[in-house]
Design a protein around this ligand. Structure first.
Ligand code: 4AZ
Length: 295
């Protein structure tokens, strides 16, 4: 395992070179959950602090509509289709959330306390709602085919990490295809296609497909930059509102990396139709250079 440090600013954006055989780790800070106790289809409710990089995206005065993952103290990784065409002033991001309040406050004053209980009140700045300064959508994003459905959001202020706010690691560009392994997707999206969304963060384990089998199942728009996961034997899937959130896998030393970004699918939770994710490892260099450029 090697950790490449591309910025001399703290916190450092760290890149894991993936080796499932390696045991050495450096204390670089990403992908670690401080709180481990022992709108997703077929999953279970998570608990506060279990996925501390999860971000909830809101447009002004709307319900949470997409998710993302914190990747530095100032950047959230999400899907292009969540933020393309959205003005930064209309986008707000909540971090350190578990039970999300449905709506943003209508006044300009921001809440200094979450509705979800004590853990969130430990947030070091006492405020888990962040404004957005800049939205960087992948230059080659194609809405119709979902190609390059990835974007980075720069927050209006640096995040203070806490037990419930941490950043997730990025996978190495050389990450293997991972087919037949399982990963976890989490979100506040609907628990069924056209169903109701979940106020509490949910999670589900999803098997990763071979891309050729995925293309056969979906019919089109499965690229080498796509990762397919879900279904197979049970209804396990991301669904509406989960878009932009991370597909997560533990790597060296149990550090979690965002191997995918929830992108699209044909309905939700059908065993023969996996969900489609943007394959993050294809974009690691783009993500790192974008984060560095906008540090
Ligand atoms: C959505 O609309 C969405 N079953 C996300 C994922 C999937 C379907 C829809 C995959 O945000």
């Amino acid at each position: 395992m090697a950790c490449i440090i591309l910025s001399n600013l703290l916190p450092l954006v760290c890149l894991f070179y993936f080796s499932i055989y390696s045991t050495a780790a450096k204390p670089d800070g990403c992908g670690i959950r401080a709180n481990t106790q022992t709108r997703i289809v077929g999953g279970e409710v998570s608990y506060p602090g279990k996925w501390p990089w999860m971000a909830a995206l809101y447009r002004s005065n709307t319900n949470q509509y997409c998710a993302g993952a914190l990747i530095s103290d100032r950047h959230v990784l999400t899907a292009a289709h969540c933020v393309s065409g959205v003005h930064p002033s209309k986008l707000h991001i909540r971090l350190g959330e578990f039970d999300i309040p449905g709506r943003l406050p209508t006044s300009s004053t921001q809440p200094n306390k979450s509705s979800s209980g004590t853990l969130l009140d430990e947030n070091s700045n006492g405020n888990n709602l962040y404004s957005v300064e800049k939205i960087i959508v992948h230059q080659q994003y194609e809405p119709r085919s979902h190609l390059h459905d990835i974007a980075i959001v720069r927050l209006g202020q640096a995040v203070l990490f806490s037990p419930v706010i941490q950043r997730i690691c990025l996978p190495p560009p050389s990450l293997p295809s991972l087919e037949d392994r399982t990963a976890i997707v989490a979100g506040w999206g609907t628990t069924a296609f056209l169903g109701t969304s979940s106020p509490s963060l949910r999670e589900v384990e999803v098997p990763i497909w071979n891309n050729q089998a995925c293309l056969q199942a979906i019919g089109k728009n499965v690229f080498n930059t796509t990762l397919c996961a879900g279904g197979r034997i049970k209804s396990a899937d991301a669904c509406q509102g989960d878009s932009g959130g991370p597909l997560m896998m533990p790597m060296v030393d149990d550090r979690w990396a965002a191997i995918g970004v929830v992108s699209w699918g044909i309905r939700c939770g059908e065993p023969t139709k996996p969900g489609l994710y943007t394959r993050t490892s294809h974009y690691t260099d783009w993500i790192l250079s974008t984060v560095q450029r906008t540090a």
